[in-house]
Design a protein. Structure first.
Length: 258
């Protein structure tokens, strides 16, 4: 495997509930008002899920102020968070275990978690409310839309992608999130010196990720002090991977500095 990225060997989390109908052929949703959640061949699986009464109550209390659906509107993150601070984007936050822990460890950063699975976001909202975590905001929808439309160039201090769906069958590789165009887009959104941190438990996908990331000319091996922590809590997904003997591969790049 190429060594350009900083790599550490130590369940997919980008799984969506689909609460809108699709065409019989599996194409775009029939309701154009909701198509923002499924605008292209996506990197996540469709999965239904409902909220418990407690989750719905937490959602109702918090979503209006700290949650939003993806849109074509550029985010004013200073207004949304109520402060200027380094901005980190987590793609595929799942149930938010790592999100909450890392936000508490980095109170000086603003963290945006992107996820399509509503019950996962609801669990994160419960953690935010229970632990009074002030520096997390959540977006529901496709992370590519967020990167393309809601995040401006050179505005991110860091991007985290933990355990993206590996889509192991060859015919499904086109659905993988981390491919050359995504690396190019992420690099354009990172500030100079910003960091991309990826973790996966799928060996073949790790090789493909490393090849694509190392080929991106704006990314390089991180040889300076990182502006964000790389320490992650072990989630249930990762613990399961450890129990079945899967190796966890972490890849870390920095955006080149002039």
């Amino acid at each position: 495997m190429p060594e350009s990225a900083l790599m550490r060997d130590n369940g997919p989390v980008n799984q969506a509930d689909q609460d809108i109908p699709t065409s019989p052929e599996g194409g775009q949703p029939q309701d154009p008002r909701r198509s923002r959640l499924h605008p292209r061949v996506t990197s996540f699986r469709s999965r239904r899920g409902s909220l418990t009464a407690a989750q719905q109550a937490s959602w109702d209390r918090q979503w209006p102020s700290i949650g939003a659906d993806v849109s074509d509107n550029l985010l004013d993150t200073a207004e949304w968070f109520g402060r200027e601070a380094p901005l980190i984007l987590e793609i595929g936050s799942g149930t938010g275990t790592a999100t909450a822990a890392m936000a508490k460890a980095e109170p000086h950063v603003n963290l945006i978690a992107v996820e399509v699975y509503r019950p996962g976001l609801a669990q994160l909202l419960q953690q935010i409310e229970r632990d009074a975590i002030p520096n997390i905001r959540v977006l529901r929808g496709d992370a590519m839309d967020v990167l393309e439309n809601m995040i401006g160039p050179e505005s991110l201090t860091g991007v985290r992608v933990f355990f993206p769906d590996p889509w192991p069958k060859t015919r499904h590789h086109k659905r993988r999130l981390l491919q050359p165009p995504t690396f190019k887009l992420i690099a354009s959104r990172l500030k100079t010196g910003g960091v991309l941190h990826v973790a996966t438990d799928h060996a073949e996908y790790a090789e493909a990720i490393a090849d694509a990331g190392n080929a991106e000319p704006l990314l390089t091996s991180l040889d300076w002090e990182s502006p964000m922590t790389h320490e992650r809590p072990v989630t249930k997904f990762e613990d399961k991977a450890h129990r079945v003997g899967s190796t966890i591969t972490e890849l870390i790049w920095g955006k080149i500095r002039a």
